[in-house]
Design a protein around this ligand. Structure first.
Ligand code: NAD
Length: 481
């Protein structure tokens, strides 16, 4: 370990714990080590799960006055805001994103605690009339122990997205952080620790997914699994969960399409392309990875996208570049292989398609393909990198068929000035969310999740809170009525 590199620990039962083994975490902008973290073992997982179980069974969170949970949540939010700068530096150095984007993750994390803190004293059941002689009501009980498995692309904000509603509803939580980018989450947990939750309420393990992740997913003591990650891993977890009928929320991948009609405002569209596919180096589950463009504006869109892509500065996030590295050398080489295959299948490369030559880091040049057919591999499979495919269409039904023509369905977009057309398309697009005239319109207040291989269940918004509770009905016979 380098002199000024920090060694990070796991957080189990209210204590920071070392382990015999370590993971080395690399900076994707340089491929130099940025720190090490204790690699959680199965026995660490056993301890974390037991601690969460004890906390859930003690009902210390769920029986507290709701106002007390609100106070905890607000305190956590304040502590997160206080460490946002420090946390951003750590996240930037392990993940490659810009400092501003890393800071935004912490601010968004704080927002989740404020938002769900605002609901922690409003989790109310209903009373159901059954006629004379009966009283009936429902209560929302917490699930108990929530297992939350987090990916590396937005580790801090995705962690908070599930942790905040789980705590607001009175659950205890075991979080499994991603091997490639676990350090920012340690800073997040340092902030949460300062808010003074009971021991065992939150636990953080950085262990191997295959070993510790699958061990946890198979345990009967887990009352719920919230998984965000790839389809293949999600399917593995679902099989493990089936054994105990453990309920799951699955936030998986995507191959989301923006449909561009002839009357689209192309300046607005370009701002959305910039964010949609090049933000976070395209490593966003809801990235705009397909642009489905009416043939009458196809050439002008292709040429504007080409100019946009070639105008982006490529380099480390710490220097505030536009296009930051992908997470690992392995990921970079997989993306390059997908670009190679796209050309073999007949897609025409407009720009990019190869790694930046002058860097030790994992930089793919911003990449655009044109003349892509909807059935090509590059138009069907998630790339998870800064790679955009542009597909032409002739009429609205064809555009909808192309947009809906993958196994995924996370988000979709429509670019048009025609409100009727936008409304029609929004109804017909098969996805959990539809953006009109701005990719990533919305925020933490609106529900987010997929259909098809993009998963099921919803995160964000008020609706998501109800993934973290179960309904109990109490039916009473009243004597003498
Ligand atoms: P991944 O599936 O490789 O890993 C996700 C997490 O699962 C990691 O913590 C990993 O350690 C763990 N894991 C791996 N194997 C496991 C197993 N057998 N049992 C239990 N846990 C296991 O995904 P990734 O590469 O970290 O993230 C990229 C993927 O995540 C992309 O497909 C992306 O679309 C998806 N994603 C989805 C959303 C969403 O909200 N829908 C958000 C971000 C990322």
């Amino acid at each position: 370990m380098h002199m000024n590199q920090k060694h990070w620990l796991n957080f189990i039962d209210g204590k920071w714990c070392d382990s015999d083994d370590t993971f080395e975490v690399l900076n994707p902008a340089t491929n130099y080590p940025t720190g090490t973290i204790a690699k959680a073992s199965i026995s660490d997982a056993v301890m974390a799960l037991a601690a969460a179980r004890r906390c859930a069974d003690s009902r210390v969170l769920s029986s507290a006055r709701p106002a007390e949970r609100v106070t905890w949540m607000n305190r956590i939010a304040q502590e997160i805001r206080a460490i946002a700068e420090e946390g951003a530096k750590v996240l930037c150095a392990e993940n490659g994103k810009t400092l501003a984007e890393a800071r935004d993750e912490f601010v968004e994390a704080a927002r989740y605690f404020e938002y769900y803190g605002g609901m922690a004293d409003k989790i109310e059941g209903v009373s159901i009339p059954l006629g004379n002689g009966y009283m009936d009501f429902t209560v929302y009980d917490p699930m108990g122990v929530s297992l939350q498995i987090v990916p590396w692309n937005f580790p801090v904000s995705i962690c908070a997205r599930a942790l905040a509603p789980a705590l607001a509803a009175g659950n205890a939580v075991v979080v499994k952080s991603p091997e490639l980018s676990p350090l920012g989450m340690c800073v997040l947990f340092e902030a949460i620790e300062r808010a003074g939750l009971p021991d065992g309420a939150v636990n953080l393990l950085c262990g191997s997914g295959r070993e510790v992740g699958s061990y946890l997913a198979a345990r009967q003591e887990v009352d719920q699994i919230v998984f965000t990650g790839s389809v293949v891993t999600g399917q593995t977890i679902l099989k493990l969960a089936a054994e105990n009928a453990t309920p799951c929320v699955m936030e998986l991948g995507g191959k989301s399409a923006a449909v561009v009609f002839p009357d689209a405002d192309l300046d607005q569209l370009m701002a959305s392309v910039r964010m949609g596919i090049f933000f976070n180096a395209g490593q966003v589950c809801s990235a705009m990875s397909r642009l489905v463009v009416h043939r009458s504006v196809y050439e002008s869109v292709v040429s504007r996208v080409e100019d946009l892509a070639q105008g982006l500065s490529v380099g480390g996030g710490i220097d505030g570049n536009d296009l930051t590295p992908v997470i690992s050398a392995r990921q970079l080489s997989q993306i390059q292989q997908m670009c190679q295959r796209a050309q073999e299948e007949g897609a025409v490369l407009v720009t990019g398609g190869e790694a930046a030559s002058n860097s030790q880091g994992n930089f793919l040049l911003p990449t655009v393909f044109r003349d892509v057919r909807p059935d090509m591999t590059i138009a069907q499979q998630e790339v998870f990198g800064p790679v955009l495919v542009i597909i032409p269409f002739d009429d609205e039904p064809e555009a909808i068929a192309i947009a809906n023509g993958t196994n995924f369905g996370l988000v979709a977009g429509v670019f048009t000035q025609d409100l009727n057309r936008a409304m029609r398309c929004a109804r017909l697009l098969r996805s959990g969310q539809v953006f009109v005239n701005e990719w990533y319109a919305g925020g933490i207040e609106v529900p987010f999740g997929g259909v098809g291989l993009s998963g099921y269940g919803r995160e964000r918004g008020q609706e998501a809170l109800y993934s973290y509770v179960r309904t109990k009905n109490v039916a009473i016979k009243v004597a003498g009525e």
